[in-house]
Design a binder for this molecule. Structure first.
Ligand code: SAH
Length: 398
């Protein structure tokens, strides 16, 4: 049987030659054969040159995702075992691996595995199959993960909305072994956290902020801290462990705050110095302003306000609003750690939004540091889309 082929429109092989892994619908001239969803197709240029092997996604605007730029390579069980092995070895060599048992092990395109995300929480893996190609090789991928990681329990969280764009139904639950999925205990730089891999947001914990939580810990001593959008208390507990005078942590999710309180109890920290509040941050920041509250360190880590480029404008307004309010709450010399995880808001745009917020707040501030995701979220040079988390550490003029 000859392999199905996807023939590119004239000139559209350029991005493939630059080793970008996505082939958009509009770049396809024609299909040869009748590949099923997730089936491996040969990608050919208009001139007939074989360029790559890719997973076919009939329902997605990203019509194919490239597995390999060597058309002679086999895409099979051994291929996935090799890619997963390489991804895990990269993580094992990271300095962070000596300080935590929770890491992102596979970060999709960045690890040559489009559509696959795998996070490790102690001895539980959480896997997301987010494309037709990843779904096609699900069994082989699960075998390879179990083998390479030594983790006998794998929880599937294929319930992200992007699956619908691929025409895939959501799926969640243990697919290998089982554990107490609602409270996986992990350690991060000596702090204990419980991760709800079944009901928690994303895969249960925001691993991308690990190093930034450590940075906040180092900056928090003696400060009055506000952690806005605290989720299960990551930044709040780091600040407390770093010697914050007091911490106020706010989130709108009751489930997240319940885990946050358990996380507090799981650590030898002074519970009298921290308070959790269930509230909408937009309204709560205004209440704090009206009360004349002042903080020496504010953390703003909101959810993705711009899930797609189409929402970038509304997102920019939301980022400006919370940053303006937060800057006004800062005492002179106070610090603001402000983040955006919207890929559609590029770092320079985020910086200009924050600059506009400071201007409108009548506050002078400087950038002391820039933040990004940890090294377990590497960014392939050919795939800059892999970079989404950015942050600024600002100091308000005294
Ligand atoms: N900083 C956290 C991760 C924050 S994720 C950590 O390090 O773990 C974003 C959080 O914002 C989620 O917990 C979500 O429940 C919360 N959230 C979303 N919209 C909100 C709103 N309008 N007000 C308060 N919290 C909100």
């Amino acid at each position: 049987m000859t392999r199905a082929a996807l023939v590119l429109a004239p000139g559209r092989e350029k991005s493939v030659r630059r080793r970008h892994p996505w082939i958009f619908e509009g770049a396809v001239a024609r299909l040869e054969g009748e590949p099923g969803a997730g089936e491996t197709v040969l990608v050919r240029s208009d001139a007939g040159e074989p360029l790559a092997l890719a997973a076919y996604s009939p329902r997605s605007q990203i019509r194919a995702r490239i597995w390999t730029f060597d058309p002679r390579e086999a895409v099979d069980r051994a291929f996935f075992a090799a890619r997963i092995g390489a991804a895990l070895r990269l993580r094992e060599a990271l300095p962070a691996a000596r300080h935590t048992n929770a890491l992102r092990l596979v970060y999709a395109e960045s690890d040559g595995l489009p559509g696959l995300v795998v996070d490790r929480y102690a001895d539980v893996l959480v896997a997301q199959f987010l494309s037709a190609g990843a779904e096609r090789w699900r069994a082989e991928i699960l075998d390879a993960l179990e083998q390479a990681s030594g983790c006998a329990a794998i929880y599937e969280r294929s319930d992200a909305e992007v699956r619908a764009l691929e025409g895939l139904a959501p799926r969640a639950g243990f697919v290998r072994g089982s554990r107490e999925a609602r409270r996986c205990p992990i350690v991060e730089y000596g702090l204990q956290f419980r991760v709800d891999v079944a009901e928690g947001q994303k895969t249960g914990f925001f691993l991308d902020q690990r190093e930034n939580r450590q940075r906040i810990r180092a900056l928090a001593a003696g400060r009055e801290v506000l952690d806005a959008f605290c989720y299960t208390g990551g930044f709040a507990l780091a600040a407390l462990a770093g010697g914050a005078r007091r911490v106020l942590a706010v989130d709108s999710s009751a489930a997240a705050l319940e885990v946050a309180r358990e996380n507090l109890a799981a650590n030898a920290l002074d519970a009298a110095r921290i308070a959790f509040e269930r509230a909408d941050v937009f309204a709560f920041l205004r209440q704090l302003r009206d009360r004349g509250a002042r903080f020496d360190l504010v953390i703003l880590d909101p959810p993705k306000f711009a899930p797609t480029a189409a929402q970038a404008k509304a997102a920019a307004r939301a980022y400006k609003d919370i940053n303006l309010l937060a800057l006004k709450l800062l005492a002179p010399g106070g610090l603001l750690a402000t983040f955006s995880c919207s890929g559609a808001i590029a770092p320079p745009l985020f910086q200009s939004i924050v600059a506009g917020a400071a201007r409108d707040a009548g506050v002078q501030a400087k950038i002391l540091e820039r933040f990004g995701a940890g090294a377990d979220h590497p960014v392939a040079l050919e795939f800059p889309e892999g970079e989404y988390l950015k942050g600024l550490l600002l100091v308000r003029a005294a």
